[in-house]
Design a binder for this molecule. Structure first.
Ligand code: ZN
Length: 531
């Protein structure tokens, strides 16, 4: 590009914008002087006009990127040269409204591929949405009660109208990127290629909990999405009874997937690794009585302290009490409180003896017997309390449910399986403080054929498409091989299920425990995972 032409074009834009601003100010000034207006009226007027002005500025700035004298040929991905044909207009919807720009069009005579090098440079998808608008749309699609509501809120906030279906597309597309990313990370770890690196400072004590939440799916009916949460706790004096310490969860992060329990274990392990489970001094798994939870705990976090959530455990006392005494008898509450006291002190054995004396009183007793027998080893509440452990996962569990239920279980909502998982995963990343990271992954995708080729050529040190620099786009920012197509994803999951058993990363996991483990064996060769 010619430097003096560049200066002249920029000066033209400056003049256009300044004149427009002056006109607007004059018009608005006269309008305000002619009749009294309140702040709301002025605000609305200015907002609309500022948006129009912004759209003009964006159009002007992008036009500066279009070469006045386009090169006659550019490299085609097929290896031949594509020849300049003509200028072609393209429209893209941005946060500031529709943006139209005219850019050079090239055609390869060998493979017949058409090219718009400027689109690759801008990350522009002709006829589509800008990356900025896409982000807002996906954010609203994942957080509002429905896609229709998201479209309405978007219009209210930005004056841009898009259809509920477009909101669905944008949200699920982001979700698909994140689902593929998760699957790929799990696959890389399982194949031993890449161990996850803790993204947050390693906690001394990491809590892990998991739960299942039902969503209504086409073809499958009610199906369970699994949700896991990693968190830490801090103790502080209770507000009403300052002599008592209360333990609060913080730094919650979530992972969710529509998969079988065994596969979910790998997803959860991945998230735990991101949260520093390998370096944590202590790991605690809290959950309800579902067997899959404890199978995952045994398989993925073998030396964690396992705790059956206090609220679930105590509910069985009440069920048994109702079976023995009926709902209304005063003895019911007395008896229940006596058993709860025992549980609280970790004396599950005494509760079991008591329950055995009432065997045959009803289902509630049988259920309690079975539950306490199965989970006896996870109910040493006195010891857990002495160690300062949180024995209830109530708040975290409701967070887990919220992640899925609040968005996926609206009245009459039926989802296709992929869409449900995608939206839930977007919410999980958002609520885990990983939105910016999600946006980064998205930028690496979806810019089409031209963009990918462009970056590849740069990396190879070959010709740069269109002879232009891709300003602000570093090839390093585009991770290789990211983003799996759904069919590849399915295959990866199937392969992982096969490989799962024999892989070396399924080993002791905390540094402290690995130290203990290897010192015990007098073996000082440590697995790579600990290095
Ligand atoms: Zn070609």
């Amino acid at each position: 590009m010619n430097a003096s032409t560049d200066v002249a074009r920029l000066e033209d834009l400056v003049t256009t914008m300044s004149e427009r601003m002056a006109t607007i100010t004059r018009t608005l000034g006269t309008w305000v002087q002619q009749a009294p207006h309140d702040l709301q009226e002025i605000e609305q007027h200015v907002l609309r006009i500022v948006k129009e002005l912004g759209a003009t500025l964006v159009a002007g700035l992008t036009a500066l990127l279009v070469p006045t004298q386009p090169p006659r040929t550019v490299a085609c991905p097929c290896g031949h040269l594509a020849a300049y044909q003509r200028q072609r207009p393209a429209t893209v919807t941005t946060i500031l409204g529709p943006l139209t720009l005219t850019r050079p069009y090239y055609l390869c005579g060998v493979c017949g591929h058409g090219l718009h090098p400027v689109d690759a440079q801008l990350g522009l998808c002709a006829g589509g949405r800008s990356a900025g608008l896409d982000e807002l749309v996906a954010l609203l699609g994942a957080t509002q009660d429905s896609f229709a509501e998201a479209a309405a809120v978007l219009e209210r906030l930005t004056l841009v109208h898009i259809s509920p279906n477009s909101v669905l597309d944008a949200t699920e597309e982001l979700g698909a990127t994140l689902v593929a990313h998760q699957a790929q990370q799990v696959a890389q770890t399982a194949a031993g290629h890449e161990l996850p690196v803790a993204a947050t400072p390693s906690p001394e004590r990491l809590y892990i909990t998991m739960d299942g939440v039902l969503a209504h799916l086409h073809a499958r009916g009610w199906s369970e999405l699994k949700v896991g949460c990693c968190y830490q706790t801090r103790s502080r004096p209770a507000r009403k009874r300052p002599e008592k310490l209360e333990i609060r969860a913080h730094s919650l992060s979530y992972v969710t997937a529509l998969v079988e329990a065994e596969s979910f274990g790998d997803h959860l392990w991945q998230e735990a690794a991101r949260r520093g489970v390998m370096e944590a001094e202590e790991v605690v798994v809290v959950g309800d009585g579902a067997h899959w939870i404890w199978n995952i705990a045994d398989a993925q976090f073998p030396q964690a302290t396992q705790i059956v959530d206090w609220y679930h455990a105590s509910a069985y006392v009440w069920k048994a009490a109702s079976a023995i005494w009926g709902e209304r008898e005063p003895q019911r509450a007395d008896w229940a409180h006596r058993q709860l006291g025992r549980l609280w002190e970790g004396k599950v054995g005494q509760v079991l003896v008591e329950l055995e004396q009432h065997q045959g009183a009803g289902e509630g007793v049988e259920e309690a017997l079975s539950y306490y027998t199965t989970h006896q080893g996870r109910m040493d509440y006195a010891a857990y309390r002495a160690r300062g452990l949180q024995i209830g996962s109530g708040s975290v569990e409701s967070g887990c449910k919220q992640l899925v239920s609040a968005r996926l279980k609206g009245a009459g909502m039926i989802w296709d399986a992929e869409g449900a998982e995608q939206v839930a995963v977007v919410r999980a990343w958002l609520k885990s403080g990983r939105w910016a990271e999600a946006m980064g992954l998205r930028a690496a995708r979806g810019r089409g054929y031209e963009r990918k080729e462009h970056v590849r050529k740069r990396e190879e040190g070959g010709a740069v498409v269109g002879g232009e620099q891709a300003a602000g786009v570093s090839p390093g920012a585009v991770p290789a091989g990211r983003g799996l197509a759904p069919e590849v994803l399915a295959q990866v999951r199937a392969e992982m299920a096969q490989e799962r058993q024999q892989h070396p990363w399924r080993r002791p996991w905390s540094r402290k425990q690995q130290r203990a483990h290897y010192e015990e064996r007098g073996d000082h060769v440590r697995p790579a995972a600990a290095a």
